[in-house]
Design a protein around this ligand. Sequence first.
Ligand code: FES
Length: 186
Amino acid sequence: MTHPASTFASAVQDGDELAVLHELFATFPSRAEYLLPLLHQVQARVGFVSHAATRAIAAHFNLSRAEVHGVVTFYHDFRGAPVGDTVVQLCMAEACRAVGCVDLEFHLAARRGAPLGEVVPNQRWHAEATYCLGNCALGPSLRIGETVYGRITPERLDELLATHLGANTPGANAPNTDTRNGGATS
Ligand code: FES
């Protein structure tokens, strides 16, 4: 199934996103089994799956927008809005919970000034929960970009943020506002 530009150009305003969708629609047949592969491509190449893209993708697969939106929001791999260049993922699965990842969740949220998963406009980095990084024996585990780190402590987390984000990145070295431990910085 092909789409002339006029069928979704008015909805997809961004030229790069539009070009990617054109290419993918020409590549992926409009059969349901190609929905996830196409969404992965959009995520990888555009960085997120916008509302406009969701609408165009739904039309391509002859699905409702709600059906495509449901897939996008169900899978943690997909994001509905652009996030910062660096993505920090904290494992919140069972083995890491047993060794303290909940405390790290509060610590990381305090460093960012926002709960995990919340998109902060114009912030250079994004933090979110994930569920098993395949590093269970060395938990709590964290991934920054493509690198997985184990045995994370609040102090180690701060070191990694400073290493990956730099001292001038907003939030990377913000005072700890997690009042559960008296707001102490580490
Ligand atoms: S449970 Fe955290 S890495 Fe597996």
